[in-house]
Design a protein around this ligand. Structure first.
Ligand code: ATP
Length: 272
């Protein structure tokens, strides 16, 4: 049943008992979590644990043939199984995915794509938007094609476009995974800006397998294993006292990597 947005009491995202079956296999099982206004939450888990399928269920783009049950409410509006185009504005979700090349039209210049996405934007507004994600000083930006940007530049452009959405929820699926460490930092900073930008802070569901990256951005963590949520904790709590054996392995591995990086030059600038 569709419900109207309720003021401040309803989480921005409330997932309850979400189950997804694909090709006769249960890929997500009884998943429940919520994200409040302006909260930045990461979804961690090993490869194949169901993180991306969860993101796709939330954004309304599950694979063909997926059978969903349970509830996904965005700002109080039921959105489970509803394609983004059919969603009302209140339940639409801004998204950024790992493969930025598929998010942009490869045959259209960046200028045309920006004009299409933001027909009412002035030149000044487009410049401000580029500056916000560190793309302000790229020569001949508007006449370039997506393939003429680096992966990190494309990713930041996708983020800039997602930031133009009025949605109060941003879902980012591994947006930094394919990037070098410096570009990763730029994208993380752009995401912090995206979540903090006015008029009100955006809630973030950040999908990653990299706990050190998550620790830089998120205040709370959800951990999935084999399609099941096995732990939900504050980021600091997860790092200091992981409860589930898989979380313990994850934190242990990140600590090992941090020690390695301390010895060879810190990668993240945060202690995990
Ligand atoms: N379209 C599909 N059809 C059938 N099975 C799928 C499909 N997409 C994903 N799966 C399976 O569902 C499980 C969860 O996949 P998912 O992509 O959510 O994993 P993930 O946690 O995001 O992994 P990674 O970190 O490698 O991206 C995996 O076993 C995967 O093989």
């Amino acid at each position: 049943m569709t419900r109207n947005r309720t003021q401040n009491t309803e989480p921005v995202l409330a997932v309850e008992g979400l189950t997804m079956r694909l090709a006769d296999e249960t890929r997500i099982s009884g998943l429940s979590f919520s994200i409040g206004a302006g909260e930045r939450v990461c979804l961690l888990g090993a490869s194949g644990s169901g993180k991306s399928l969860t993101a796709r269920a939330v954004t309304g783009t599950p694979p063909a043939g997926a059978i969903l049950s349970g509830s996904i409410r965005v700002n109080g509006v039921e959105a489970c199984g509803i394609h983004p185009v059919s969603r009302c504005m209140t339940s639409r979700v801004a998204t950024v995915f790992q493969d930025s090349s598929t998010a942009l039209n490869p045959l259209m210049t960046l200028g045309k794509q920006l004009r299409l996405a933001l027909p009412a934007a002035s030149e000044d507004q487009l410049c401000t938007m580029r500056d916000a994600v560190g793309l302000g000083d790229i020569a001949q930006f508007y006449t370039r094609y997506p393939a003429e940007l680096s992966g990190g530049q494309r990713q930041r452009l996708c983020l800039a476009l997602a930031m133009q959405s009025t949605s109060s929820l941003l879902v980012a699926d591994e947006p930094t995974t394919a990037l070098d460490v410096l570009t990763q930092q730029q994208v993380l900073q752009a995401m912090r800006n995206a979540c903090a930008s006015p008029p009100s802070p955006r809630a973030l569901l950040f999908i990653t397998h990299d706990i050190a990256v998550a620790a830089q951005l998120c205040e709370r963590a959800l951990v999935m294993e084999n399609g099941v949520l096995v732990e939900s904790a504050g980021m600091a709590q997860l790092l200091s006292h992981p409860q589930h054996p898989y979380s313990q392995k994850l934190v242990h591995a990140a600590r090992q990597a941090a020690v390695l990086h301390q010895n060879t030059g810190s990668r993240y600038g945060v202690a995990v």
